[in-house]
Design a binder for this molecule. Structure first.
Ligand code: UDP
Length: 478
């Protein structure tokens, strides 16, 4: 392969889900796996996207494909290649489907030419790999233009869109106008929410499958308290000393032990929070839609009005320094820093801005895991969200979550049952009030956390979605 990159995949047994979902469930899942394996008769289930690392889609593919291979299905993953101009156009499309103007380019004929030419080159190579009746899952706008080529080659094509907007607007329409001509003949689409299914789409062909988390990845695997503490002390997010004996090790995807070696870059005034201090935590990319500024100002309101107890805020995201291709992240971090600098001394003392190391993606994941597990409250105060992976991750760790009632988060949390929803994410008073209520009522916080974990067990573990994909492929193939 010269253009396409094939991602190496392992195979994970699904037996490990027995303690979580029961032996009967795992048996039934294996039967579904067996049925689809027989039906496919050695045909391949290809997945095509535009990045092998970074972002929720890559993370999900890694895990879903490993389990599908564990079930004996030949799932494979290839990544397309494109020029910076191609990715500018697809980023523009991405923003449009989120309802935002992005760089405000017109998405016109010139941009269409760039898009089509790139995908044409990728398609030439892809159709030489894909055999007739192979199944091809194309992920997101970056790959939609491959569909006509693959259909012509006799593949069973599914388009899986991971993004969407609650209330379509002109930008959303513009994005769909660009994409719909490639998608008309596709026999099945998958969206994350019902509200994201666009009008042009034959609703009979659309299936809703939400994103999912992998309970056994470094991001979500169980960590005992000593390990959590050791990791957080080591990276500098909690004051030392670490427990005497615990190692800062974790299990990598390939089963080898990993070790947290790097440190977080933390902006703070005084010391790291004590281990006993309850932490309010938001983990997000440095993106204005995650509203880091609002999180800091809302927490400051809480401190000033009283009712925060000993709580401290940790706002964590990936390291932005030296990431040349994401200038927006550095800018958002700097803006957040400016807000932090303006806080009164006594407030600033309890607000920590952390950039987590990203050189080793699994090391980064286990730090996020430890931080989420240690949080007294996890916050996701997004202004817009397709689906909150961080919300699902925190819920799985039985944390009480305070999150905005936007996008997929509204499906994830029933307000007051699996967490608390902020009806207006810009209302800082309501945000402070929600935190205050949870800090004052640990029993309620615990109940919400327990219900949250159960919600994820029932709905958002990848293995369940794998079965839905298997059923979809079965339907498509008849
Ligand atoms: N994340 C991470 N390290 C960080 C910050 C975020 O691994 O320093 C992960 C986070 O745990 C989650 C993903 O990035 O798995 C973000 O997904 P989400 O759906 O919350 O937001 P998106 O970034 O897709 O808008």
């Amino acid at each position: 392969m010269s253009i396409l990159q094939e991602v190496r995949l392992g195979a994970e047994p699904i037996d490990r889900f027995e303690p979580l979902l029961g032996a009967a469930y795992v048996r039934a899942a294996k039967q579904v796996g067996e049925a689809i394996r027989t039906r496919l008769e050695g045909r391949v289930v290809w997945n095509v996207n535009s990045t092998a690392v970074g972002g929720g889609v890559a993370e999900m593919l890694q895990s879903l494909l490993a389990y599908s291979r564990g079930l004996g299905v030949d799932g494979r993953w290839v990544v397309i290649r494109g020029s910076p101009e191609f990715f500018r156009v697809t980023k523009r499309l991405h923003h449009a489907l989120h309802g935002a103007p992005g760089d405000q380019s017109p998405l016109d004929g010139t941009e269409r030419r760039v898009y089509e030419e790139t995908l044409h080159e990728n398609a030439r190579e892809l159709v030489s790999l894909v055999r007739p009746r192979d199944v091809v899952l194309l992920h997101d706008p970056q790959t939609a233009g491959l569909a006509p080529h693959l259909l012509e080659a006799g593949a069973r094509v599914i388009w899986r869109c991971h993004i969407g907007h609650d209330k379509p607007n002109d930008e959303v329409d513009r994005g769909w106008r660009f994409l719909d001509q490639y998608l008309h003949e596709v026999p099945a689409y998958v969206f994350s929410r019902q509200a994201y299914v666009p009008d042009f789409c034959d609703h009979g062909k659309a299936v809703v499958i939400p994103p999912s988390i992998d309970a056994f990845s470094p991001k979500n695997e169980e960590l005992d308290e000593d390990t959590v503490r050791t990791i957080l002390v080591h990276v500098g997010l909690v004051e030392g000393p670490p427990p005497a004996s615990a190692p800062h090790t974790f299990r990598r995807e390939n089963e080898t032990p990993g070790r947290v070696e790097r440190h977080a870059d933390v902006v703070r005034l005084g010391r790291a929070p004590r281990w006993e201090a309850p932490l309010v935590v938001q983990v997000s990319r440095w993106d204005p839609l995650k509203d880091p500024r609002g999180v800091v100002l809302g927490f400051a309101q809480l401190l000033e009005a009283g009712g925060a107890g000993e709580a401290e805020l940790v706002l964590a995201g990936p390291n932005v320094h030296g990431v040349a291709d994401d200038p927006e992240a550095a800018q958002v971090f700097d803006d957040t820093l400016a807000v932090w600098r303006d806080l009164p001394h006594g407030v600033r003392d309890r607000v920590h801005l952390a950039c987590l190391p990203t050189a080793d993606i699994e090391e980064n994941a286990v730090i996020v895991n430890a931080l989420q597990r240690h949080a007294a409250i996890v916050v996701q105060k997004s202004l817009h969200e397709g689906f909150g992976l961080t919300v699902a991750e925190a819920m799985w760790k039985a944390r009480p979550v305070v999150a905005s009632a936007v996008g997929g988060i509204q499906d994830q949390i029933d307000d007051g049952v699996h967490g608390l929803l902020l009806q207006d994410p810009r209302d800082l008073g309501a945000f402070a009030q929600a935190l205050r209520g949870l800090i004052a009522d640990p029993a309620r916080a615990r109940r919400l956390g327990e219900a949250a974990r159960e919600r994820v067990r029932e709905r958002y573990l990848g293995i369940r979605h794998l079965i839905e994909y298997a059923r979809l492929i079965e339907r498509l193939d008849t």
